[in-house]
Write a protein that binds this ligand. Structure first.
Ligand code: PTT
Ligand code: SF4
Length: 608
């Protein structure tokens, strides 16, 4: 096989045993890699109802057929599991040298099950697998743990680790690498912690097999050059995703004070230009020449790597307008291994709950000291932090009042940083995202703002699906989507890369079908887990957007219309070939090559 190594490394931490599992070209072409592999493995090997934090759950690190080659932005790794935050399928996409080393060690995925008796570090060096005692690492934050490991394994090794958040099973703990790359929003760090696994160190020295290696090399050189020549390249290098802050504020979609508003009076102070003033470096993922990690000096004098989502959720969403202080919270999220989006949502939720006297703790809007303390309390599960560590869905159920209406999540995953009262298509994207409310699979609001801002027409559902497929394929290829979606790299490059890497010809239609297959498989996973509790209400964003209009900005008075949203959701289901409950129809699953999944799912919920 070319492009793919053809092997998964399977590790059982309870038994301290590992085994290599081979797969064939037909499996590779059908599920492609990354999310496709992870979803298929989870579907095949988990029993419905598995406790996400039990030894039976699986933690998967999966690369794609392009990962690790000298091609634009090819250092991405999907980290996936059944999510302890949502109870459904969860994954994230982390840029890390671990991705490259895993592939060079000869594996396309690492599948971890069981639970180590004591804290352990997994060391994979080419064909050897070692289980290393981690007692001197447990309790360290992710930066400290990685630095300590680098003293042994050197600068080049690929390392992923968890901080105290993962150790303490915070439900939105993520996996961290390289002091500023973080992935697995729906609690993949907690799954790692539940397995007593502090870190994985990869060292690979082999060559990833390519069908036409020389051609691939030339394509890499040429496309890296194409990226450098793009007119927006220089500004991207200056601000990366951070310029989004000014844009979202101008367009009334910047989450402000737990999504009460879409504009923030201090937006400029946390925007891309403000960041340039405290910026000290650019950092990024492997094999990338458009490094978007903006490293700034925070108010405590330490480096902190910023992205838009983090700034909005830890800034405007908690009413904090000081970027250097926001950067401290951002650094703490990375050190402690907490997802910064969910953290910002939990902090905003607590501030509102405190204001409404639903909790006795005093946590005030925009108060940096309160926010800092609460962040630590969440990671260490102290006091109200212990409640918030369960995510806002559970926290709302615990604190009561009307808080369920302003616990900003879909399916338990906190919403990333775009208010949707004026962009129904984006609300649908959150409602139907494969992991809960995340923007990565569909970012239709850019299109909506330009074309049809407040409409609920059929083209919205079509656009969401188009995005979910185009972006979904990047979750399987193992490369960053930013060259395509942010810089405008010609999309046909990806077909050329795939041919030179695998020797197989793929069209965009074929990739679209892979994306659709994987999307349906993930949906089937959710439904199998929720069974009788599955309802279309799970695809609906929180009540706040439907009931509380914006009170500031150009869109003052705007809110979502529930009846129109429901109609748009039904349009979406029809276009997807799902029934009115949002369950894939049998013939849809068969059409996308998931006949066996249809047969199994039908035993859990009657398919139409
Ligand atoms: C991603 C989510 C995002 S999406 C952001 S900012 W973004 C937040 N980043 C966090 C962080 O940082 N630290 C932290 N403790 N928590 C964080 N939570 C949030 O996590 C990231 C980039 C970004 S920055 C984006 S959009 C793109 N996402 C891609 C994707 O999903 N797929 C893909 N094929 N390519 C992508 N390229 C871009 O990668 P999750 P990263 Mg991330 C620090 O992990 O779980 O997917 O959540 O991985 O290496 O940091 O790259 O404005
Ligand atoms: Fe990583 Fe940013 Fe480069 Fe993408 S553009 S590979 S997220 S550094």
């Amino acid at each position: 096989m070319f492009g793919w190594n053809g092997y998964f490394l399977c590790v059982n931490l309870s038994k301290k045993k590992s085994a290599v599992k081979a797969y064939d070209a037909a499996f590779a072409a059908k599920f492609m890699g990354g999310r496709g592999f992870a979803a298929k493995i989870l579907w095949d090997t988990l029993t419905a109802g598995t406790d996400p934090l039990s030894p039976e759950n699986k933690l998967i690190f999966a690369a794609g057929p392009l990962t690790g080659f000298a091609l634009p932005n090819s250092g991405k790794l999907v980290v996936a599991s059944k999510s302890p935050l949502t109870g459904g399928y969860g994954d994230g996409n982390i840029g890390t040298y671990a991705a490259v080393h895993m592939r060079k060690a000869g594996y396309d995925a690492l599948v971890i099950e069981g639970k180590a008796e004591n804290p352990v570090i997994l060391h994979v060096k080419d064909k050897t697998v070692e289980f290393i005692d981690a007692k001197d690492y447990w309790g360290l934050n992710s930066f400290e743990a990685e630095a300590k490991l680098r003293k042994i394994y050197g600068r080049a090794a690929g390392i992923v680790s968890i901080g105290q958040g993962g150790e303490n099973l915070v439900k939105f703990a993520c996996v961290v690498s390289q002091e500023g790359r973080a992935g697995g929003r729906p609690g993949m760090g907690a799954v790692m912690g539940s397995k007593n696994l502090k870190a994985v160190v990869f060292e690979g020295s082999g060559v990833i097999p390519a069908a036409y290696p020389e051609k691939l090399k030339e394509q890499g050189v040429e496309s890296f050059r194409e990226i450098l020549g793009k007119s927006n390249y220089a500004f991207w290098k200056r601000q990366g995703t951070l310029s989004t802050t000014e844009w979202t504020n101008q367009n009334s979609v910047l989450p402000t004070r737990n999504y009460r508003e879409g504009v923030f009076s201090e937006a400029e102070k946390i925007g891309g230009f403000a960041a340039e003033e405290i910026k000290v470096a650019n950092r990024g993922c492997p094999n990338c020449n458009m490094t978007c990690g903006n490293v700034v000096k925070d108010s405590e004098g330490k480096p902190s790597e910023l992205d838009y989502e983090n700034v909005a959720m830890l800034g405007s969403n908690i009413g904090l307008g000081d970027l250097a202080q926001v950067s401290v919270l951002n650094r703490m999220a990375d050190e402690l291994g907490l997802d910064a989006i969910s953290l910002g949502s939990a902090l905003g939720f607590a501030m509102e709950a405190s204001e409404k006297h639903l909790i006795s703790e005093k946590v005030s809007w925009g108060d940096f000291v309160d926010a800092k303390k609460l962040t630590e309390d969440i990671a260490l599960r102290r006091g109200i932090g212990d409640v918030l560590a369960e995510g806002v869905r559970v926290a709302a159920a615990k604190i009561g009042g009307d808080s369920a209406g302003w616990a900003m999540h879909v399916k338990g995953l906190e919403i990333s940083a775009y208010d949707c009262r004026t962009v129904p298509g984006m609300a649908l994207a959150y409602g139907t995202s494969p992991i809960g409310a995340h923007h990565k699979d569909a970012f239709v609001l850019g299109w909506e703002v330009q074309h049809d801002r407040e409409g609920y027409g059929e083209e919205k559902a079509a656009k969401v699906i188009e995005h979910q497929h185009t972006r979904g394929i990047f979750e399987c290829l193992g490369v960053c989507r930013f060259p395509l979606v942010n810089i405008g790299l010609d999309r046909n490059w990806y077909l050329k890369y795939l041919h030179a890497a695998t020797g197989m010809e793929f069209s965009w239609d074929a990739l679209d079908l892979v994306a659709e297959r994987v999307f349906n498989l993930v949906r089937a996973f959710w439904i199998r887990e929720y069974k009788g509790n599955w309802t279309k209400e799970r695809d609906v964003p929180p009540a706040r957007w439907f009931t509380e209009p914006l009170t500031e900005g150009a869109f003052k008075g705007a809110k979502l219309d529930r009846a129109k949203y429901d109609a748009m959701l039904q349009d979406y289901y029809v276009k997807r070939g799902w029934d009115e409950r949002g369950v894939p129809r049998k013939q849809t699953l068969e059409r996308v090559g998931l006949g066996e999944v249809a047969a199994q799912l039908d035993r859990h919920i009657k398919l139409s």
